[in-house]
Design a protein around this ligand. Structure first.
Ligand SMILES: *[C@@H]1O[C@H](CO)[C@@H](O)[C@H](O)[C@H]1NC(C)=O
Ligand SMILES: *[C@@H]1O[C@H](CO)[C@@H](O)[C@H](O)[C@H]1NC(C)=O
Ligand SMILES: *[C@@H]1O[C@H](CO)[C@@H](O)[C@H](O)[C@H]1NC(C)=O
Length: 389
């Protein structure tokens, strides 16, 4: 818009130059036009800033409505009351489903999520079990999550039926969480899978992450947004579930030129192998009434279905712990700088310190995920610990 206005005005000024009979009048008119141009530039810069603040205001609203998480999955039910429609539960919790018929694929359908104030919707995900590269800082570099080995007690059996019988004991030990029966912990490795999103400055259209089954059905961000707007306004959907609403925002305005700089939201799903064991008792079932009331199912039958949801908490009693096992596990997952990330942040003259229990304060590696941080200096309220999510 800015480029266009400048062009038009310069053309006009050229016309004035060639037609003006007297030098003095000509100079005055050119000066007037120059002033107008400067004014217009200023107006465009201000309007751009206003558009940017509108976006920020929308984000702040969402950010203050609750924490990050999944809002809703694709809708395919209706009923007598509002709560008969899908929420975060539908055919599965957060649209999870089985895809053991594909290589390393975890089934997960479309969903609407919020990450730090940014609300967006995904395509049908069906992500692969890959992890952020442990040794490369290349953008989005990944490698396969290593599979655990087969217990030697199984492989040393001579016939296949004997191996099957022995392997069944290992599954039984895992299912009953009895590591006296067989110490399954070396062979049944927990993996934490997560949704990660970020603003990118690359305006090239980019598939969020690889799936053997799904890809975005568009050749550019504009085409994708156009298709999403069409389906939102008309109440239709992509039959193959290959649309995603990934917002574009004005991220900044160049102080010198007044030209806006845009950022594109993108997300991906990936996994991270854990070194610690996660006993199943750390997972506590959550009673999602909206689904249980509508379906008339018992808690037990939901618990044994893909609609079960769990909260992760390893303590015996309910407290307000500021650093839990979940924080410890999550802090083993790197952000976009991948495994080698070693970042430290000083904000407003305060050091950002780790919340992990320790006798001495240690700087937080902000290149890895965390929910809270500690400051080296007391804040206005005399506290040092803050939630950063
Ligand atoms: C990272 O490690 C993987 C697997 O160990 C290896 O294949 C790859 O070449 C390494 N990459 C770099 C950049 O060192
Ligand atoms: C675990 O397995 C051992 C060995 O089979 C058995 O003796 C023990 O009773 C089991 N523990 C529980 C809690 O079932
Ligand atoms: C603003 O634009 C000028 C001219 O294109 C460029 O040299 C400068 O690096 C830009 N500033 C920033 C902060 O990107």
């Amino acid at each position: 818009m800015l480029t266009l206005s400048v062009f038009v005005i310069l053309m006009a000024s050229a016309t004035v130059t060639s037609q003006a009979p007297e030098g003095y009048q000509q100079e005055t008119e050119v000066n007037e036009l120059k002033d107008q141009l400067a004014e217009l530039k200023d107006v465009v810069a201000k309007l751009s800033r206003y558009a940017m603040m509108q976006q920020f205001s929308a984000e702040e609203r969402v950010r203050s409505e609750g924490a990050s998480g999944v809002n809703i999955v694709r809708g395919d039910t209706l009923g007598m009351y509002d709560y008969y429609t899908n929420t975060h539960v539908g055919h599965g919790m957060m649209a999870v489903h089985d895809h053991s018929n594909y290589d390393r694929t975890v089934g997960q359908g479309e969903l609407v999520a919020v990450l730090n104030g940014v609300s967006f919707s995904t395509r049908h995900n069906d992500y692969r079990m890959v992890m952020a590269s442990p040794n490369s800082t290349d953008f989005h570099a990944v490698q396969d999550v290593p599979f655990p080995g087969v217990p030697p007690q199984v492989t040393e059996k001579l016939t296949v039926p004997e191996q099957i019988t022995e392997m069944q004991e290992w599954f039984k030990a895992f299912a009953e969480q009895n590591h006296t029966l067989r110490d399954y912990r070396e062979y049944f490795k927990p993996v934490l899978c997560y949704l990660e999103g970020t603003w990118t400055i690359n305006d090239k259209f980019k598939e969020p992450f690889h799936s053997d089954r799904h890809h975005l059905e568009a050749g550019s961000w504009e085409e994708l947004t156009g298709k999403v707007r069409y389906s939102s306004y008309t109440g239709s959907k992509s039959r193959m579930e290959n649309f995603a609403y990934l917002p574009t925002i004005m991220m900044s305005i160049n102080e010198t030129t007044g030209v806006p700089e845009y950022a594109q939201w993108n997300y991906r799903m990936l996994c991270s192998p854990l070194k610690e064991d996660v006993p199943l008792s750390d997972l506590r079932p959550v009673d999602d009434l909206s689904y249980r009331v509508v379906s008339g199912q018992s808690r037990d039958s939901i618990l044994n279905s893909r609609r079960a949801r769990f909260t992760f908490y390893e303590e015996d009693e309910k407290r307000f712990p500021q650093y839990t096992k979940l924080d410890r596990l999550f802090h083993t997952i790197p952000g976009l700088d991948n495994g080698p990330a070693d970042l430290h942040q000083d904000s407003y003259g305060q050091q950002v310190l780790s919340m992990a229990p320790s006798t001495t304060d240690r700087p937080l590696n902000t290149g890895y995920y965390h929910r809270m941080f500690k400051s080296d200096r007391k804040g206005a309220m005399g506290i040092k610990e803050y939630v950063s999510e």
